[in-house]
Write a protein that binds this ligand. Structure first.
Ligand code: ARG
Length: 455
């Protein structure tokens, strides 16, 4: 058993020990901690700081401990404070005195910085994969409904028709930026902090580049005080996650709205909906609602860590131990949301009849009628006013613009001709043939471009 209380005359108070322990949370870092220790010990031997035979025993012991943990045989004793002490202590039990050499030229401060950086690198790689999977699903849904037009909204009021594929591709774009943000963060996480010691470096002739190479880092940290005392790379993950969750939460909101009886644009698969305990008719979009709700927690985790860090003098402070619960929660929440959304979206049913009916409401072609007048010679503002009056007239009659006859149109402007009937949902879509617009021709190109990104 390790003892780092050499200078104390009594053991820690029980509640105080429980209060300071992080083991229930940071035991999740056992793999990174052991990998870091193995690389460190190999380096110590290579530099003849310890002997090769000692190193072998220590590495063997650490590998055996990894197995014990993975087989559920390892006892995590809270009095051992954190994962570093728990593993080191078990090592000494297993291999004896030689285990006491593991912590040569190292501090728990650079050790934890290493563990979290290793964890963050893996978390980013996994998050990137899950973003790609969701992007692929979104693209599949867009392609499967390539020709379906849907009312586009602004202010949640019917605005202009768009292709449903165009709508979904908007989320594809958001996720693409999320992907790029995480990917970009990787190069700042990919820095090896071990060798910084407690804060000032260490007094042994260590080889930091060797450790970096062993652990797959592309560079070593340049300042020991910075290396042990910043968690900006955790914050970056959390900030990127907050933005990604914001995007997913907006998509969630649309799923809630679209699956309502009032909209009825989509129906969720039974496997991704829940019932009500009292109202038998209900099919609730719980996953989408919970994603919206969990977004609040992910924001909270970001703000919590920003707040934890903001007043800390250099270098390490125990406050930083509080980085982990929120960070792990954010990684788990984002990753689960990305994956469950892929499943949910893959199985949604797009209800074309309801969508078609919705397209007939809300004077969705009013902008196109305005543009028609402009192309016949009216100034845009004048045309806007004329069509505004026309819509008001139709609305009072309880009619659609398509249901008015040409005489009625001409009461508002003599520029209206018989060809006004050619304004349809299809013509409105086709007319928006600008780069990034919703014309079928543009959307087809966008689908091809998107497919190239995710293959
Ligand atoms: N458990 C600590 C953390 O998670 C690591 C140990 C830091 N060092 C110390 N002297 N308490 O940040």
């Amino acid at each position: 058993m390790t003892n780092i209380r050499g200078r104390f005359s009594k053991p820690a108070d029980k509640l105080a020990a429980e209060y300071t322990a992080s083991l229930p949370i940071d035991q999740r870092l056992y793999k990174q901690d052991i990998a870091g220790s193995i690389a460190h010990v190999k380096m110590l031997a290579k530099q003849t700081i310890i002997t090769q035979s000692d190193a072998k025993k220590i590495v063997g012991g650490l590998e055996a401990i990894r197995k014990e943990i993975e087989q559920g045989k390892f006892k995590f004793k809270a009095e051992l404070e954190d994962i570093h002490m728990a593993i080191e202590s078990r090592l000494i039990d297993k291999v004896g005195e030689v285990g006491r050499k593991l912590h040569t030229a190292r501090s728990r401060n650079d050790q934890i910085a290493l563990d979290i950086r290793l964890f963050t690198k893996e978390a980013i790689a996994d998050t990137l994969k899950r973003i790609r999977t969701l992007q692929k699903t979104i693209l599949d849904v867009a392609e499967a409904n390539k020709d379906v037009a849907i009312p586009g909204h602004t202010h949640l009021q019917i605005a202009q028709p768009v292709l449903v594929a165009h709508h979904f591709l908007a989320y594809f774009e958001m996720l693409q930026r999320d992907y790029e943000r995480f990917n970009d963060a990787l190069k700042r996480v990919d820095v090896m902090p071990l060798g910084s010691g407690a804060l000032a470096g260490v007094t042994y002739k260590i080889d930091r580049e060797f450790v970096a190479k062993e652990l797959g880092f592309s560079q070593v940290s340049r300042n020991s005080m910075d290396a042990v005392s910043d968690r900006d790379f955790v914050l970056e993950y959390e900030a990127n996650a907050a933005i990604a969750m914001m995007h997913l939460s907006r998509l969630a909101e649309e799923i809630v709205i679209w699956s309502s009886a009032e909209f009825g644009y989509i129906e969720l698969d039974d496997a991704y909906a829940t019932g009500s305990s009292i109202m038998p008719q209900k099919k609730n979009p719980d996953i989408a609602e919970l994603a919206r709700g969990k977004t609040g927690r992910v924001y909270g985790n970001l703000v919590a860590l920003l707040t934890i860090m903001k007043g800390l003098p250099l270098a390490y402070n125990s406050d930083m131990q509080e980085d982990k619960p929120g960070f792990f929660d954010t990684v788990d929440t984002l990753e689960a949301t990305l994956t469950v959304f892929a499943g949910m979206l893959k199985t949604i049913k797009v209800k074309e009849e309801n969508i078609r009916a919705a397209l007939g409401r809300g004077y969705i072609l009013a902008t196109d009628v305005t543009d028609y007048l402009v192309k016949k010679g009216a100034a845009f503002r004048t045309a806007h006013e004329i069509v505004g009056k026309l819509v008001n007239y139709a609305s009072e009659k309880g009619k659609n613009l398509e249901e008015l006859d040409i005489k009625e149109y001409q009461k508002f402007s003599s520029l209206f001709g018989a060809d006004v009937v050619k304004i349809t949902i299809e013509s409105a879509l086709a007319a928006r043939d600008t780069a990034g617009g919703t014309a079928p021709n543009q959307v087809r190109k966008a689908l091809v471009a998107a497919r190239r990104i995710v293959v």
